[in-house]
Design a protein around this ligand. Structure first.
Ligand code: NZQ
Ligand code: ZN
Length: 392
């Protein structure tokens, strides 16, 4: 087991009607003037925002609002949010929505508390020294941003999508009511389940040594998400299934499933970020589209863990060569993606990429990771291009 740090300062308040606790939680963490940040309006249409503002009004908490965080949230709105917070002396951010609203709030939080251009952090030029405190009311189980240290922002100029991680941005509290996810389109539910699994798998397919407990948690989490994702395809209003998926989403990305590994692989995510940047696809669907091609490209270099995954997660029989078992595991996961209506290549994702675009994405990806990255297998620009070509 490698040395590790495990830091999860987020207070989780989980279950039905928990959004009614928002005012007392904001007060507990010292918020006096709040910016409520949200996306394209689903939280207004569902009636959630009215319940939230009524609760804040009743508690006498001052707030202003800024909507408009789009999937693959944009830097322009982050700048707008920073100016607004400075002008209005905002001291607490409340993100109401999915990963995009939360990530956009995190970037605003950095921008308010640090001098200079906030993009510098996402461009890996310098480190943030602080972030405004953030609370979350989660409406989409997917990114784990409600407990994670990361945020992903897209710069409009050049469509550059980059992630930045810092403990300062870990939310102070996360309100998670599984009922709030019941208004999601089925496609977003499936994208979320895919993303949750990928956060665990990025930490699983490594060259790490012995991680018995961490592996058991990871394998159990993956089996749980698959079971419940299949239930939700047929029965989207199933509360218990929504609850299992929601809790899995947080545990998949609060580092629990990475304790003792070598930092993880993360190349499927880096490849997807290029797809999200260029074609504005949903993050989970982009991950499903590249995963099989990535897995086939790297599995021989990480055979023991692909075999373990096939047997312990996908239920493949332990017979035949290790390579045969590993490939059956990859095929079984792709079959699961199809079962929940996720794409397994770019065409199914609705992306008809030209050779030039594939080369552009591979180049931007290689620049973004500083040349080469990956634990299952170290990948350079040529490898990235080969994977993009294979999933066309
Ligand atoms: O914008 P609104 O109107 O709210 O609609 C959203 C959006 O259209 C809708 N939605 C959310 N909750 C809903 C709902 N519709 C009906 N009912 C609800 N309860 O769903 C759509 C997608 O929302 P979004 O927030 O974009 O999705 P997600 O949570 O998947 O976030 C994706 C973003 O997070 C990044 C991704 O790259 C992408 O930019 N990631 C962030 C991570 C992190 N911070 O730790 C890690 C991830 O790996 C990921 O990269
Ligand atoms: Zn993700």
């Amino acid at each position: 087991m490698f040395n590790f740090k495990y830091y999860t300062p987020t207070k989780v308040v989980f279950g039905k009607d928990t959004e009614t606790k928002v005012a007392e939680l904001i007060k507990e963490f010292g918020g006096k003037k709040v910016l409520i940040h949200y996306g394209g309006g689903s939280v207004i249409r569902s009636g959630l925002m009215k319940r939230v503002t009524d609760t804040l009004d009743a508690a006498g908490i001052n707030y202003i609002m800024l909507g408009g965080a789009v999937p693959n949230p944009r830097l322009g709105l982050v700048y707008e949010g920073i100016e607004l917070c400075k002008k209005e002396n905002v001291d607490f951010l409340l993100a109401v929505g999915g990963g995009s609203a939360i990530d956009s709030a995190k970037a605003i939080g950095y921008g308010v508390t640090n001098e200079g251009d906030v993009w510098d952090f996402y461009d890996y030029k310098r480190e943030a020294k602080a972030c405004l405190p953030i609370g979350v009311i989660l409406t989409l189980s997917a990114t784990g941003s409600e407990m994670s240290d990361s945020s992903v922002i897209t710069k409009e100029e050049g469509l550059v999508k980059r992630g930045y991680s810092s403990d300062y941005s870990r939310p102070k509290f996360a309100i998670m009511n599984p009922e709030l996810t019941m208004t999601l389109p089925d496609y977003q539910t499936a994208c979320g389940c895919t993303d949750i699994m990928m956060h665990t798998m990025e930490r699983y397919f490594t060259q790490g040594g012995n991680m018995e407990l961490t592996d058991s948690i990871a394998e159990g989490l993956l089996r749980t998400v698959m079971n419940n994702a299949k239930i939700l395809v047929k029965d989207p209003k199933n509360y218990e299934a929504r609850a299992e998926v929601m809790w899995a989403g947080s545990l998949a990305h609060n580092d629990l499933t990475g304790c003792g590994n070598d930092g993880g692989d993360w190349m499927a995510h880096k490849l997807e970020h290029e797809l999200g940047g260029l074609y504005d696809v949903a993050h989970g669907a982009g991950l499903a589209a590249v995963w099989g091609s990535w897995a086939r490209y790297v599995y021989k270099n990480c055979l023991p863990r692909f075999k373990k995954f096939a047997i312990n997660v996908m239920g493949v029989e332990n017979s035949g060569t290790d390579e045969e078992i590993a490939v059956k595991g990859i095929e079984a996961l792709e079959a699961f993606y199809r079962e929940i209506n996720m794409p397994t290549n770019l065409r199914e994702l609705g992306v008809n990429a030209t050779d030039e675009e594939l080369a552009e994405m591979a180049h931007k990806c290689a620049v973004g990771v500083g040349g080469a990255m990956g634990s299952a297998k170290l990948l350079n620009e040529d490898d990235m291009l080969a994977i993009f070509r294979a999933c066309k």
